[in-house]
Design a protein around this ligand. Structure first.
Ligand code: BGC
Length: 269
């Protein structure tokens, strides 16, 4: 079978769990060498499980610790990856956290932590990736683009979310950063897009699906009537990273079972 990302090098941030882990597995299946980034020592084992799974399947991967909110660590991750694997072709800008609180009791610390990882982290990684894409230029035997960035956004780049002002602000910020750098570097054959997942079954949102009652109530928000799987996102990421989507840049692909279709209007309004 033709592998759409054969030998391309992909860094997936926050790949030790959830959507990042699922995306790492799908990229590896498509032939990419995957750098499975994890944030701190405590998540190394989980990252290594993903690496082992990829290798057992005949793929190539390496785990790498880096806190994406720390500039020197991000610079080092990209430099080490280029030394080890020659270049970086694909960045999955995925690492993200939630620190929820009602707005009037949200601490500045909770605000800053979420913005630091979700938005600053994506900025720092995108900057290093684009520098490498520009240095290397286009090599058509790898891809007709110089490089591809996929920013993991959320339906909350457009849906306001009470009690999650920091998270929603970070995702709204990602949307405009993504579009701006897509505009800035399109002429250099760099493609930048976002995926906006809806409710995907991961540890991050366990409260939304772990009891039958919670899952039932979640279904009111999902016209397609099922919770998403991480592979739903991984497959979309493979498409956006491959030359099949070569004419797509500056776009947000909503992978949400219709969550952004205003389901409240189905029998109201
Ligand atoms: C959040 C999840 C939430 C989903 C839909 C995602 O961005 O991380 O916690 O379930 O949006 O509301």
């Amino acid at each position: 079978m033709e592998k759409k990302l054969q030998n391309q090098v992909a860094i997936v941030t926050g790949a030790s769990s959830g959507i990042g882990a699922g995306t790492a597995l799908e990229l590896a299946k498509a032939g990419a060498v995957v750098i499975v980034n994890y944030p701190f020592a405590g998540s190394k084992d989980a990252a290594d499980v993903i690496v082992s799974e990829i290798r057992a399947d005949g793929g190539n991967a390496q785990s790498y610790q880096c806190d994406v909110s720390k500039e020197p660590e991000v610079e080092k991750m990209f430099a080490d990856t280029v030394t080890q694997w020659g270049t970086v072709d694909i960045l999955i800008n995925n690492a993200g956290i939630q620190k929820d609180a009602p707005f009037t009791s949200m601490s500045l610390e909770a605000w800053n932590q979420v913005l630091a990882v979700n938005l600053n982290g994506q900025f720092l990684c995108a900057r290093e990736a684009i520098k490498e894409f520009l240095r290397r230029g286009v090599h058509p035997e790898r891809s007709v683009a110089a490089g591809k960035i996929i920013c993991m956004s959320s339906v909350h780049e457009v849906i306001p979310w009470s009690g999650h002002a920091n998270y929603a602000a970070s995702k709204g910020g990602i949307m405009m950063m993504m579009k701006t750098i897509a505009q800035e570097f399109a002429g250099k054959k760099v493609r930048v897009n976002s995926i906006a997942p809806g409710a995907i079954k991961t540890p991050l949102n366990h409260a939304a699906w772990e009891t039958p009652e919670a899952l039932q109530s979640l279904m009111n928000l999902i016209p397609y009537k099922r919770i998403g799987d991480v592979s739903d996102i991984g497959k979309a990421a493979v498409w956006l990273a491959s030359d099949d989507s070569d004419y797509v840049t500056g776009a947000t692909l909503f992978v949400d079972g219709g969550m952004t279709l205003y389901p409240g209007f189905e029998d109201n309004g």
